[in-house]
Design a binder for this molecule. Structure first.
Ligand code: SF4
Ligand code: SF4
Length: 493
């Protein structure tokens, strides 16, 4: 066995005066960092194991613990940054792919921070959302081209914020229950992800989108017909072009039952659907799913934001999808090769603007709704996305943070100390679904109230009037080509 050359990423500092030897940190840490030295009557820490999840410091009753980052003080080198050295050393020891969780953390330009919203002043007065009704209601699905004949199936949601696809197995049962409960209370939708739909959670029928991915886990006629909407998963922002892999050791009895695979076997969903090699093939699957659900449910397609996403979206709309979900390069994941997560795909802002423009140019924008995903951090990001053409947004990482996540990126280990992505049932039980749902509901209600404030300030009383209206946006600090892609003027113009 090779001696590790890796130095600890975090240092656990304990104020011995404050420490009451209660042992809370020892039980709360799922990475085995803390231990009690009875001879010295002290609690000690193995810094090398700390992942910086902050579970111990939050739960320490006397606030005795501080977690500090310890970037190794190598000689500064703008090319060989400490992160690269760390990964290189890790790979030299393991010979494997470096895995990670959550979304891309590289300093890619976040276009939301370079877009500013408009506000009414004199000629077009603002609206007070406390006194006048503000419409956040959103319909997902194709808009009718004429007000006659059969209307395409559409789903009504009370806020434009949905919970992203997160599969049981990648997240705990408790986390999925919390998301479904919150979606029900908010009048919005949560997404099963590709890992099936546990029997115990089928009661949330009106608020659940089910995914059909290449692995077809858990997919049968009942699964499709019970859902409010179906989403074909082609790609995911954190790992475009890469399939899913839930290792066999995580596939316990309930996960195996839900995914309809043998217990203990690897759950592999390859990157390509082996029955989709063209838009025509995709159209066949969309129509097969519609037929299986008597044309009563919208069928969406989720793709990762990649270089030619606008052309792909056009094909998807023409293939008969009702909804297109686009997941940008900052989208989260339970597990992905780090090199893929950090280097493949494009930001959702550019992808969304390009897709909306292309569909409008081709006169087919009304055939589909667009759900944007990939790193939405606050309500202003949501409003800007709607002005760029989104009908609604998916939030994943923000929902995780609401439940306690600290973005330690160790989801792939299955030992999430907050119980969110834990595969060990004993750790997963740390997450109280009712309390987690309450946090999620509070978060989305807070964002929804802020969205109403921003809309009112712009003199707009319905999301519908903002959708794709780039005149409400101005850019600061962007190059001309970026403003051209976004379709936004510079501030002052
Ligand atoms: S609980 Fe988290 S932050 Fe605390 S020592 Fe363990 S790994 Fe580190
Ligand atoms: S879900 Fe858990 S393991 Fe994943 S980043 Fe958040 S705190 Fe860490």
């Amino acid at each position: 066995m090779l001696k590790t050359y890796l130095e600890p990423e975090f240092r656990v500092e304990r104020d011995d005066e404050r420490c009451i030897r209660c042992g809370v940190c020892i039980t709360q840490c799922t990475f085995g960092v803390h231990w009690y030295d009875a001879a010295a009557d002290r609690v000690e820490a193995v810094d090398e194991r700390c992942v910086g999840c902050h579970r111990c410091s939050v739960f320490c009753p006397t606030g005795a613990i501080t977690i500090r980052r310890t970037p190794a003080e190598y000689r500064p080198n703008a090319n060989w940054r400490p992160e690269f050295l760390f990964d290189l050393k890790r790979q030299a020891e393991t010979g494997g792919v470096v895995l990670t969780g959550m979304g891309n953390d590289k300093p890619l330009r976040v276009y939301w921070d370079h877009l500013l919203l408009n506000a009414s002043q004199v000629t077009n007065p603002s609206i007070d959302p406390l006194r006048e009704p503000m419409e956040l209601r959103t319909y997902l699905g194709a808009k009718p081209e004429r007000v006659a004949g059969d209307l395409p199936p559409a789903l009504r949601i009370d806020t434009p914020i949905l919970f992203s696809a997160m599969s049981y197995g990648a997240i705990s049962f408790q986390a999925q229950l919390a998301l479904f409960q919150a979606a029900e209370q908010l009048g919005t939708l949560a997404n099963t992800g590709e890992g099936g739909w546990p029997r115990g959670l089928r009661r949330f029928k009106k608020n659940v989108i089910v995914q059909v991915a290449s692995g077809r886990f858990g997919v049968d006629a009942e699964y499709l017909n019970d859902a409010a909407m179906i989403e074909i998963k082609i790609g995911q922002g954190a790992k475009p072009g890469i399939g899913g892999h839930l290792p066999g050791e995580k596939v316990n009895a309930p996960i195996a039952r839900t995914r309809m695979i043998p217990q203990g076997t690897d759950a592999l969903s390859p990157a390509p659907h082996h029955d989709i090699y063209s838009i025509e093939d995709l159209a066949l699957l969309i129509h097969a799913l519609k037929e299986a659900t008597r044309y009563e449910k919208p069928v969406g397609v989720k793709v990762a934001a990649v270089h030619n996403v606008a052309a792909i979206a056009s094909g998807i709309a023409r293939a008969g999808a009702d909804v297109i979900a686009i997941d940008g390069v900052r989208g989260g994941t339970g597990a992905a090769p780090k090199i893929i997560r950090d280097n493949v795909g494009i930001p959702i802002e550019l992808a969304l603007a390009a897709v909306d423009r292309r569909l409008r140019q081709e006169g087919i924008r009304q055939r589909v709704s667009i759900i944007a995903a990939g790193g939405f951090r606050n309500s202003a990001d949501v409003v800007k996305a709607i002005a760029l053409g989104a009908d609604a947004v998916y939030i994943g990482t923000a929902a995780f943070v609401a439940m306690g996540c600290t973005l330690c990126q160790k989801c792939y280990t299955g030992r999430c100390a907050w119980g969110i992505t834990a595969s060990d049932p004993a750790i997963a039980r740390r997450l109280n679904p009712d309390l987690a749902a309450e946090r999620l509901v509070n978060l989305v209600r807070g964002w929804s109230a802020e969205i109403k404030e921003m809309l009112g300030g712009m003199g707009v009383n319905a999301l519908e009037s903002l959708r794709g209206n780039r005149d409400h946006l101005r850019a600061v600090g962007l190059e001309q080509w970026e403003m051209d892609v976004l379709g936004v003027k510079g501030a002052g113009q």
